[in-house]
Write a protein that binds this ligand. Structure first.
Ligand code: GCU
Length: 432
């Protein structure tokens, strides 16, 4: 459930009108969308049409990456590769009742030894697989132990700000959280369809709290207060790329078939990671909403104000410039999705997730599809939003979309569509 709008609405009612007037309302009404111009992925900054693949790769794509670096997520430092060291902590060839091989791997970012900063990957591979397997990779919100009820998962500490002190600290997660996200991750379904699943707690990279950057892997790099310095989304996306550094070395993984996934803020992360890392072969993006796959310029649902007010640390300092100027933001969701072209991209919305603006997510996918066409692939075959629960997933197209019934969440329905989509596209790639 979306707590932010509920809390902000309560605040607006309870506090003095003088304060309330600084909290902009939420527009959920199509009729009230102000006039806006959709940014064109295929018009370069010099106003010229981009009509060849070469112009896309050499001119327009780098321009769009730069727009996101400068205005939204910030720049990932150029020296951002680190001497990754993998330490296998535990493995079980008969995990989940014999369905999976489980590995838990600590990935250290420095050569400093056991105390160095690291992230813990939980990796499941289908036990019956012969040869290398494709893997779905995503960050999780509550710790690795949440994704499935497996007593073999060793929980690592999670970040909390408990009441009354509200001091940020790392604690062992409650045992009750084991398997609490089973529905959202569908690990057994993924494995039985022949895919591996790799996941990492996002707090290993940076705690998701204001003023927590001292605990971020961003500290591994030269500190910067530059207006385009990276925020937490950049740091989390960086973690996905380091996870791929490891997966490329694992002989049981088919590193040419790595799909990234994520929900909500962690789907913004998956989108941005894929924009930067060409090794990501496919993207399954669930409700990444504003600041992700939706169209900010539509002025429906979450605004830059709301994002900046609640989560300023997700973005670069320059992002604050666009507060109150949603219609002028120079890097919007359709441009972000266009950076994933020509790789297979599945965009998912939920009808009850108005905060993300499902129609904005669909229109973004339609617009990005033009880049797929330019690059010789089919994008979405229609510009008409499909009815609820009727996915557009044409075997010929590299872009798929659905709006599911229900609220902001990831469900078995989403996973069924994702796995059908991967079955089509990953089968097409020739084996390494
Ligand atoms: C908040 C935020 C969204 C984000 C979501 C989530 O609702 O406003 O932008 O996607 O959290 O990550 O669940």
């Amino acid at each position: 459930m979306r707590l932010l709008p509920v809390c902000a609405a309560l605040l607006a009612v309870l506090v003095a009108p003088a304060l309330a007037q600084h909290i902009p309302g939420y527009n959920y009404d199509e009729a009230k969308i102000p006039p806006y111009t959709l940014l064109d992925p295929l018009t370069a900054a010099d106003g010229k049409p981009v009509n060849t693949a070469a112009a896309w790769w050499q001119q327009r794509r780098p321009e769009i990456v730069h727009l996101f670096e400068e205005n939204v997520f910030g720049v990932t430092p150029a020296n951002a590769k680190v001497p990754l060291r993998a330490k296998l902590i535990e493995t079980d060839p008969h995990a989940l009742g014999g369905l999976a091989i489980r590995k838990q791997i600590d990935l250290y970012f420095t050569t400093k030894g056991a105390d160095g900063p690291k992230m813990r990957m939980l990796l499941y591979l289908p036990a019956r697989a012969k040869g290398r397997v494709p893997v779905v990779l995503g960050l999780n919100f509550g710790g690795n132990q949440t994704v499935v009820n497996d007593p073999g998962i060793q929980p690592t500490k999670i970040w909390v700000k408990p009441k009354p002190s509200l001091v940020l600290q790392q604690v062992a997660p409650d045992e009750k959280t084991r398997g609490s996200q089973t529905e959202e991750w569908q690990v057994e379904k993924v494995l039985s369809r022949g895919y591996g699943l790799a996941t990492i707690y996002y707090g290993d990279l940076e705690p998701d709290f204001k003023d927590a950057s001292q605990y971020s892997i961003r500290q591994l790099f030269a500190p910067s207060n530059a207006p385009d310095s990276w925020g937490a989304i950049g740091a989390w996306a960086w973690g996905l790329s380091r996870a791929i550094d490891y997966l490329e070395t694992d002989k049981q993984v088919d590193a040419k078939r790595i799909a990234v996934t994520g929900h909500s803020r962690l789907a913004k992360v998956a989108d941005w990671a894929a924009a930067q890392d060409p090794r990501i072969a496919a993207v399954l993006s669930t409700e990444s909403g504003k600041g992700g796959q939706s169209i900010q310029r539509r002025g429906l649902g979450e605004s830059v104000y709301h994002l900046q007010h609640s989560f300023p640390y997700w973005f670069c300092p320059n992002y604050a410039r666009w507060v109150g100027h949603d219609q002028e933001i120079p890097a919007d969701g359709n441009l972000l999705l266009s950076l994933i072209a020509p790789r297979p991209l599945y965009v998912a919305s939920a009808v009850g997730d108005e905060w993300s603006d499902p129609k904005g997510e669909f229109l973004s996918s339609v617009s990005a599809s033009r880049v797929y066409q330019l690059l010789g692939r089919h994008g979405l075959p229609t510009d008409t939003m499909p009815p609820v629960d009727q996915p557009i997933n044409s075997p010929a197209a590299n872009v798929a979309y659905h709006v599911r019934s229900g609220i902001h969440d990831v469900t078995a329905f989403d996973w069924d569509q994702y796995l059908n989509f991967l079955d089509i596209h990953f089968r097409r790639l020739t084996r390494p």
